[in-house]
Ligand binder design. Structure first.
Ligand SMILES: [Zn+2]
Length: 137
């Protein structure tokens, strides 16, 4: 564990992700966990928050497969002939987070089911533009 306190923002979130760690925020006042790195608790509005390391394990809660892709995903090789799966992951600690779901057949979404056990994908991270992604566990 690191002892430094990084700013509670998206830049820090992605810096941790490049190090292979899914970090969220825990409220020291009420204990609420959030997968979004914000300096204020979304429940009690306390600013007494700390970084919290998620295990990186969860389940697929909802998903959609996208074949008409935004430019950033097109540059990663996705498109009409290579759709990608975007999902909501219910982390085992409770919070839900939106992520890219890799290792599933996005061209055949009928073969993808909610409840699928997932784990954080930490390899092959784009060092300039890290992406939060999960793969089947
Ligand atoms: Zn709170």
């Amino acid at each position: 564990m690191t002892t430094e306190t990084r700013a509670f923002n998206a830049a820090s979130f992605f810096a941790y992700l490049k190090e292979g760690q899914l970090m969220g925020v825990r409220c020291r006042t009420c204990g609420k966990l959030s997968a979004e790195a914000r300096p204020m608790c979304q429940d009690c509005h306390s600013r007494d928050v700390e970084w919290f390391a998620f295990s990186g394990r969860g389940q697929l809660s909802a998903f959609t497969c996208i074949s008409v892709v935004p430019n950033a995903m097109g540059e990663k090789g996705f498109g009409r002939n290579n759709p990608y799966c975007s999902g909501i992951v219910a982390l085992e600690e409770g919070p839900r987070i939106s992520a890219l779901i890799l290792g599933v057949d996005a061209a055949n979404p009928q073969n993808i089911a909610t409840g699928l056990a997932l784990t954080l994908q930490v390899e092959d991270q784009d060092k300039d533009r890290p992406t939060l992604a999960f793969v089947p566990a």
